[in-house]
Design a protein around this ligand. Sequence first.
Ligand code: SF4
Length: 338
Amino acid sequence: MDISPHTQGGGLVDRFDRVATDLRVSLTDRCNLRCEYCMPPEGLEWMPTDEVLTDDEVCRLIAIAVQHLGVTEVRFTGGEPLVRRGLVDIVRRTTALEPRPKTALTTNALGLHRTAGALREAGLDRVNASLDTIRPETFAQITLRDRLGDVLRGLEAAKEHGLTPVKINAVLLRGVNDGQAAELLRWAIDHDYELRFIEQMPLDAQHHWRRDTMVTADEIFGHLEGEFVLTPADEDRGSAPAERFLVDGGPATVGVIASVTRPFCGDCDRVRLTADGQVRNCLFAREESDLRTPLRDGADDAEIAARWRAAVASKRPGHGIDNPKFLQPTRPMSAIGG
Ligand code: SF4
């Protein structure tokens, strides 16, 4: 085991002195949509149940991260976290921790109208939802499910229950919904949602991603500036993935997350835990560190924490997508989480 200074006591510090304080916890690799930029129509072979961390195991690892490793934010992701039966209780046990971490949920909002109240009561702070269009036919084309109405109901419920700001993440696909960017922004402003456009990333299970077909940040601005005046928001971006812009002088804003063409790895404060107990120190990591085995073999919190520190210490400078040697991770986005 690596015993360099970074791994002895303290937080999750990498060799570039970036400190990971934002933990993304994937609670499942399963999902009830089939977004074409994520997985094939038939879905994927889901993780065997006995490989997925139990609720107790997830909560113990989150407690170690918050109480021993300096994690201050916990975001629950998937697959689709709303399909995880124990979600509300996991949220409740996380927000009961001292110090209390900020919590968020990244979801496709299907079924959120049923659980928003319970999640709020359990202490969840806010929601990020994925939505690429407000046209039912385009929604069905991208996700292979005719469920736009349910998603919109879920978003309304999130707002009603105070899981705010409700942030919307949208991916533009060339020739599919890229012409709907301005319409989507107008709708988000009218409904008081914070919209962010995300460049499609090479994380699809099918490995169909191509740089030349991806809609770039510059093209996104091009689609918006035909209808809106965008000015950079006067704020310290810090480690936030989104560049934010005032729309027509504000107060409405729009964000652009340009992971590929404008990477923001230099200030990255994120670390990920997969549903099967692996630490990923980067979304595009090709190596993972196993915490599930030592956890089930009886390791104590100090040993788990030391392994976690070692996993982050070896983090690469960035995703390397522009490197000709770049290799897409074998684990798909649906098993890593947002
Ligand atoms: S690509 Fe990796 S290093 Fe870069 S911002 Fe994302 S998680 Fe951080």
